[in-house]
Every structure is written in C-alpha cells, then in structure tokens.
Design a protein around this ligand. Structure first.
Ligand SMILES: *Cc1c(COP(=O)(O)O)cnc(C)c1O
Length: 368
C-alpha cells in the first residue's frame, strides 16, 4: 500500500508481526480453539497470578475514573522492591512503550541508533519511526558483540539497544561484559538495557543492573510484567534511569499511558514472589523437556536464558515457513523468524508440560 502522506521513513516501515492469535488459526485451519496450543509470544503459560486477578477485580469498581497519571502506588511498589527513588521510574504501556519513548525523546531524524543483528524487532521499528539511521552490528554466535557495538558508535549516535537475555535468540551477556561496555560508551550516548526476561535468569548469573543506573547517568534499564509476571494482555512495563533521562520520557509519554487495572495488577504481581518462583521453575522444567527432545531429534538449537528456544528445523531457506505451516495445520502456533533473517529457524515459547509435548509430537510429524 503506498501513501502520499508523511515522511518517507514512516512510509517505509514494515509493521511488527506478532504471534498469530488462537482465534485466527482456528478460523483459517478449521480447528477447535480449545485444541490449539500457542507457544508463539513468550507469554507465561501459567497465565496471570491469582493475586493480580483479585487486585484487578477490586480496581474495576473505580474504572469510571481516569487512572493515577503518576502511578504513585505502583511507583511505591517498584521503589520498595528495587530500592530506587520514584523520580527514576517511568511507567509504560508495556515496556515496548519505554523502548519507543527513548527513541522519541532522544533521537532526531538522521542521527544513528545502534542495535544487534537478530535482536528484538521493536528496536528497528522504534528507530525507523523517528527517522534514525540504524547501525546494525553483526552477532557472534547469535549473541550481542558488545566490543563491535562500542566500536560502531559515531559522532551522531544517540541510542544503543541491548536485550539481555536477547529475543529471539535467547543469548545472554554476563555482568562483567556489560559493565566493561558501559565504561566504554561515551556519556552522551544512552544505553537501553532491555531486561524483559531477567526474572528467568538462574541465580548464579543474576546481576545488579539497577545498581549500575547509579553509576551511569546514560543508562536506562527496562523491565516488563508481560513475561514472568504473566500480565502480557494488560500492557505494563517500566524504565529505570536517573532523572536526566526519566524527566524527558515523562514529558513525552501520554498522560494516562498505564491504565488503572494494569497499575493495580502490577503492584500485586511484583509482590507475588511465590508466583515468580513457580514461573521460573515451570520454565526450567520445560526447557529440559524441549531440549531433550531436540537432542533426540538431532535438531540444532541456541542455548536460551529466556522462556523460549530458537531451533533450526531444516537446512533450506524455506524450512521455517514450511514447518511452521505444518505445525499450524496441527493446531500448534510457534513463531517463524524469517523476518529476523533466520529462515531456517523457528522460535518456540516454553509452555506447560502437555503443551510442550503437543509441540514435540507435531514437530516430529512435520519433519517425518
Ligand atoms: C517481550 C519483550 C519485550 C516486552 O514487551 P512488553 O509486553 O511491551 O513489555 C521487550 N523486550 C523484549 C526483548 C521482549 O522480548
């Protein structure tokens, strides 16, 4: 579709492709919705925590009123949990909002934004939507090459996006490498450290990214409640940075960008450590289940630190699309990643044991 309106860089945007909704696959393939397994959007297979559901029901009584535009109670919960001042916090309509606010607040058309090959598709979209020049740095073993990313910085670079763990590859960069990188980045370049999958990291590799915000005024850490906290449909995430960045993001965000139900649910979920532990345990079990099956089928996969796995399903460039279609016909939705430049691969989210088993059976059938 061509348009005569708007700047060229907006007309050239290719919209984000999400996971196919269950209802759409049921319609397209003549299947019962109840029999469909969706492992396509890295959602929490446990759904939302009961604590968040109760908080939402209570918040519903007041839905005729606008939300708290400053999110006072939610910021207080974040302050308590992460020991950061409330003027370091930006609430977002999903962390996607934070990623976009950063581009809008910090980058002018023609200036450059750096991100890695095979990193989250939203970085390319956010950069292009503001007319930025994207400097895409090749990966090493599907992961961020931080030395090459630091070397790619030019005089007009304003923003660098890093996903840790990364989506769709699941790779992870350790604390020492990130810290070395932050020390190398010039003070006028903002680094967005997108930690959407942080809560899945095993204790032995966890690090104190929010502590770095104290030392680096050019660091913005982004977190979401869409993944381990099970609230993807509500759209709630947050950014943590010193006021020099946070002030700017708060100036350009919509006044009521986070709705009242999301604020209430997020407070409950952030305090629900039992749910978080269960989510991580289910994920670790599912990871073992899926990788054991891939090993048995001699399928190559990228070791993952998230709640999903990138698996190579063939050796030709149609393999991902072909196997994806064969899975859809069997009522299993995963994510093709041809648009990431990975046409031989599929990304599968880790589900409940029976969902993982259904995916494995369908995959065996598709590859037979
Ligand atoms: C899922 C994801 C997000 C978060 O999405 P929201 O639902 O908008 O919070 C952010 N970054 C990465 C790398 C993701 O995979």
């Amino acid at each position: 579709m061509s348009s005569q309106f708007g700047p060229e860089y907006v007309r050239a945007l290719a919209p984000y492709q999400g996971g196919k909704p269950i209802s759409e696959v049921a319609r397209e393939f003549g299947l019962e919705e109840s029999g469909i397994v969706k492992l396509a959007s890295n959602e929490n297979p446990l759904g939302m925590p009961a604590s968040a559901r109760a908080a939402m029901v209570a918040a519903m009584a007041d839905i005729g009123r606008y939300p708290d535009a400053n999110g006072f109670a939610l910021k207080a919960a974040i302050t308590a949990k992460y020991r950061v001042p409330s003027d370091w916090i930006t609430l977002g309509n999903g962390s996607n909002d934070i990623l976009e606010l950063a581009a809008h607040a910090l980058v002018q058309p023609g200036q450059s934004v750096i991100y890695s090959q095979y990193s989250f598709a939203v970085y390319a979209l956010a950069a292009q939507a503001v007319g930025a020049r994207a400097l895409v740095v090749p990966t090493v073993d599907f992961g961020h090459d931080l030395d090459a990313m630091a070397a790619a910085i030019t005089g007009d670079t304003k923003l660098i996006y890093i996903a840790n763990p990364n989506n769709p590859t699941g790779t992870f960069v350790g604390a020492a490498a990130i810290e070395r990188f932050l020390l190398r980045v010039p003070a006028h370049v903002v680094v967005v450290l997108d930690e959407a999958y942080n809560e899945y990291l095993p204790a032995e590799v966890q690090y104190e990214s929010i502590g770095w915000v104290e030392h680096f005024p050019n660091l913005l850490v982004s977190r979401t409640l869409s993944k381990a906290y099970g609230l993807a449909g509500l759209r709630i995430g947050f950014g943590i940075a010193q006021p020099g960045i946070t002030d700017l993001l708060n100036r350009i965000r919509q006044p009521f960008n986070v709705n009242s139900m999301a604020q209430a649910a997020a407070i409950a979920a952030l305090n629900d450590t039992a749910f978080l532990q269960k989510s991580a345990a289910v994920n670790a079990d599912g990871y073992r289940q899926l990788t054991a099956a891939f090993d048995a089928m001699t399928l190559e996969y990228v070791p993952s630190f998230g709640n999903f796995i990138l698996v190579r399903v063939g050796s030709d460039d149609d393999a991902g699309a072909r196997v994806n279609l064969a899975l859809l016909k069997q009522g299993v939705i995963v994510r093709p990643v041809g648009n990431y430049g990975l046409p031989k691969w599929l990304r599968v989210s880790i589900g409940l044991p029976q969902e993982n088993a259904a995916f494995i059976a369908a995959l065996q059938h598709a590859l037979a």
